[in-house]
Design a binder for this molecule. Sequence first.
Ligand SMILES: NC(=O)c1ccc[n+]([C@@H]2O[C@H](COP(=O)([O-])OP(=O)(O)OC[C@H]3O[C@@H](n4cnc5c(N)ncnc54)[C@H](O)[C@@H]3O)[C@@H](O)[C@H]2O)c1
Length: 383
Amino acid sequence: MQVLLVGCGGYAAGYVKELLTGEGVLGLQLAGIVDPYAKNSPAYALIAQKAIPVFDTVDEFYARHTADLAVVSTPIFLHHEQALACLAHGSHLLLEKPMAATVAQAEDIVKAAQQSGRKLGVGFQQCYDPVMLAVKDEIDRGLLGAPVSQRGLILWPRPKAYYARSGGWAGKKVLPDGRPVYDSILTNATAHYLLSMLWLTTKGYDAQPATACEAQLGRAYPIDTFDTIAARYTLACGTTAMLYFSHALHYDKVPRLLMEYVFEDATIRVAQTKGYVYKVTSTDHHGRVKTYGMLTAAYRHKLTGMRRAIAEGAPLTCPAQTGMASMISNAMVFANDLTDVETIRPVREDDIGIWSPGLADRLRAAFKAGKLPREMGQTLSGT
Ligand SMILES: NC(=O)c1ccc[n+]([C@@H]2O[C@H](COP(=O)([O-])OP(=O)(O)OC[C@H]3O[C@@H](n4cnc5c(N)ncnc54)[C@H](O)[C@@H]3O)[C@@H](O)[C@H]2O)c1
């Protein structure tokens, strides 16, 4: 099975390494790469060593080659155009999250995939991970009872370099040429976690979008959108999900993630143990803890999932509907066109980053209380 990789630096460098050196993605060959800045990729030496052809545009690749599967892992504002081009050339598609900059763009892509009869998988790796699939299977078989509530605390510092990378599209709402981006902590780095809430609480792999959202948004970085969010979502199953996510934190603080998915008979936890290792456990009413395992090998699971869907007709575990559920739920926080974003002050700043002293503690306190900071009489600045 021939694979086209659109984008080969940033996150996509991991796809290059998996396709060219990884084990376990049997039957996938990297036919070519589209990336006008391929030489900047940390994987470029490997690309050159394996003589993988590199093109500037999707059309240039398809003028000479074909691909059974195209993987689009480029800046968000490019997804719409590139995904449509790959589908028009007959490839199945693995589209990195978020599917596109806007819900309307994502709908275009879904329609094009339906019309061309091609598979469309979205790159939320937890939906492809055997550990999360085992959890999902137990939930869907009713072994944990009905969903009760969900909550998540993600304190992930991001440096200035994160917002400046690759032409500075990060944190933008719209580019100067008018192309929409809508990049934010919710639509990018932490998008996996609201999505997991939707996916785990919907039977089957077609997640349903949230039905309502109240959010408190903030930015400490000089960006268009927001780097901090506290939100209450009502999920389609009727339960409430609370989110507390921020990038505006000091980088020497150990990054922490804790997700809790509460069901009638057990609570599933995804916890960051050391570095970027995520342990998945459940605890039942008797305090018995079951370890499902660690989330691993994101690229391999996604590629294998797509290969199996294309070659064997296996169900897509992160299908278009699930990508749309994420898009629609994320779009809810943009309902006020970002006029409700608080400027978080005071902040501290050095060469590496910008952070708000005390913000992590304020978010932790709100997480414990199950409230938005404003319901505790607080802005995100703590005033
Ligand atoms: N699944 C995950 O955990 C995960 C993690 C990080 C990023 N992502 C997603 O991956 C995508 C890329 O994010 P990133 O952080 O790697 O971005 P990035 O800006 O760091 O890198 C994107 C790559 O696209 C390339 N590129 C730029 N313009 C291009 C063009 N016209 N044609 C082809 N390639 C082009 C860049 O040269 C670079 O190699 C986004 O959708 C992001 O949300 C997913």
